[in-house]
Write a protein that binds this ligand. Structure first.
Ligand SMILES: [Zn+2]
Length: 100
């Protein structure tokens, strides 16, 4: 590309800055607050609400199924989560599995 003819848009520094946002002046750098906000937004995106349902209630067909609402990080936990929780219908700790 060393033809000697430079594209006109690169002839001025202003145009160069427009083409490459990475070379923005320091004043335009994101503030710590903004960075924190971004981190929290990323967290909110990965953190999803899930419903845990008692697996033995499902099998036994008792009226009412024990359910718990919790959150998980879908990036770290890709599969369904299973937790031992108290089932008020069976009055004991059973495995609760994520629904859907
Ligand atoms: Zn149960």
């Amino acid at each position: 590309m060393r033809s000697g003819i430079r594209p006109p848009r690169l002839s001025t520094p202003a145009a160069f800055e427009l083409d490459t946002p990475r070379h923005l002046p320091k004043s335009a750098a994101p503030s710590p607050e903004f960075a924190k906000e971004c981190a929290e937004m990323a967290k909110a995106v990965n953190r999803v609400q899930v419903i845990l349902e008692c697996t033995s209630c499902r099998k036994s067909g008792t009226p009412g199924v024990s359910r718990y609402v919790t959150t998980k990080n879908k990036r770290n936990t890709t599969g369904r989560i299973e937790l031992k929780k108290y089932c008020k219908h069976e009055r004991m700790h059973t495995v609760h599995r994520e629904t859907k």
